[in-house]
Design a protein around this ligand. Structure first.
Ligand code: NAD
Ligand code: WQD
Length: 351
């Protein structure tokens, strides 16, 4: 049987690039589209830098198109050019604070973009879809660990709502046409980098998320980490999250693709991708100091609006249904982040 052709949207970004690496190693043909709104390209290469490096690491090639998923004609042209078997959809804007300032851009990019993609799929008889969802769809946890049965939709930011609304669209689509097979992967807090240290997370400007901020302080790019709140009802007063290694997350996508390839069952399936273990901000800082042998300066500041005290996953459904379980722990997360950050202090851009 010929290896499947997978269309990957947003594949030049953090999670997409790591997942493409695992897909290529597993023998998939990858066709990637990314508009470079949050990925670096030198201009002299045909490929974004993350994907250049993925090709070097795997010794395999992929097809790349600099296309915006909201551009109906260009998206359709890719489906004409390639016989796509399945789609992994990562492309999205993802900054929670920014989404509160420019909600229309978030709804256009994340919702309209997804609709354009789904219509192009249906018109070309492609019905297998893996979606990048988020633990944010659960809002403030009503119980812990969070299972897939936990109510969704109580999201505070426009970004979070785009993830929730898209899941609702996907459920309606699966009800309307039994050919659709959709796996929605609800990521908890992805961190870390490929162990080669060649690809990793490269946020534009000041990082919104904890791990890249810690890494930039450790490498000397920023002076001090501001810890948002010291009075949460947690073990040390700082927020607790379920951090998951990016390579474990990428492997979760392979299991989802395998499920869609091998199982005749169709419909909508949602799975948590987390470790089931929660670490506090201070525990992350100390683990990173140990892994990097660097001091991470920090100071306490007010809570960030919308932050919850504690969130961690029940990952048992992904284990029983996909045969996937996170294998990598906090030390590996910090060591691999540090290898990437210290080898690439400015991310993908040249020094
Ligand atoms: P990222 O910004 O690194 O990658 C997203 C990629 O999509 C970027 O390369 C960007 O250029 C591209 N893109 C955005 N809009 C596009 C458009 N209209 N057309 C074409 N390309 C477009 O983000 P990431 O961390 O890799 O996240 C990937 C997905 O996972 C997103 O859907 C995000 O919402 C979801 N997610 C991320 C996290 C996280 O903490 N990183 C957690 C949960 C869910
Ligand atoms: C983790 C902890 C902060 C930065 C966000 C999105 C969520 C999902 C993952 C996409 C919290 C604390 C952080 C800093 C800090 N993304 N922190 N100083 O908030 O759990 O989730 O990313 O879907 O939708 O909301 O992750 O990394 O921002 O924060 O003290 O400079 O670190 O308060 O306790 P979060 P995070």
């Amino acid at each position: 049987m010929a290896p499947p052709n997978v269309l990957v949207t947003g594949g030049a970004g953090y999670i997409g690039s790591h997942t493409i690496l695992e897909m290529l190693n597993a023998g998939y043909n990858v066709i990637c589209i990314d508009n470079l709104s949050n990925a670096y390209s030198s201009g002299s290469s045909k490929l974004p830098e993350s994907l250049n490096r993925v090709q070097k690491l795997t010794g395999k090639t992929l097809n790349y198109y600099c296309i915006d998923i909201t551009d109906r004609d260009q998206v359709r042209a890719v489906f004409q050019e390639h016989k796509i078997d399945m789609v992994a959809h990562f492309a999205a804007l993802k900054a929670v604070g920014e989404s509160c300032r420019i909600p229309l851009q978030y709804y256009h990019n994340n919702m309209t973009g997804t609709n354009v993609l789904l219509e192009a799929m249906a018109d070309n008889n492609v019905f297998k879809f893996v979606y990048s969802s988020s633990a944010t769809v659960y809002g403030e946890p009503k119980f812990l660990p969070v299972t897939e049965e936990h109510p969704t939709g109580n999201c505070t930011s426009p970004y979070g709502k785009t993830k929730y609304f898209t899941e609702e669209i996907l459920k309606d689509l699966c009800k309307s046409d039994k050919r659709w097979a959709v796996v929605s992967l609800r990521y908890f807090n992805p961190v870390g980098a490929h162990p080669s240290g060649c690809i990793g997370e490269d946020p534009n400007g000041e990082p919104n998320n904890l791990m890249p901020f810690i890494a930039q302080v450790a490498v000397g790019r920023r002076d001090v980490l501001r810890i948002y709140g010291s009075d949460f009802p947690t073990k040390d007063g700082t927020g607790v999250r379920d951090y998951i290694h990016i390579v474990d997350l990428a492997e979760g996508h392979l299991r989802a693709l395998e499920k869609l390839r091998n199982v005749a069952e169709t419909g909508f399936f949602a799975y948590n991708l987390g470790t089931g273990v929660g670490y506090s901000v201070l525990e992350m800082v100390h683990a990173f100091e140990k892994a990097s042998n660097r001091k991470v300066n920090y100071e306490f500041t007010d809570r960030r609006s919308g932050d919850v005290a504690t969130c961690f996953a029940d990952g048992s459904l992904a284990e029983t249904s996909l045969g996937w379980k996170a294998k990598r722990g906090i030390n590996e997360m910090c060591e691999d982040t540090w290898r990437w950050q210290s080898n690439n202090p400015n991310g993908y851009a040249p020094k």
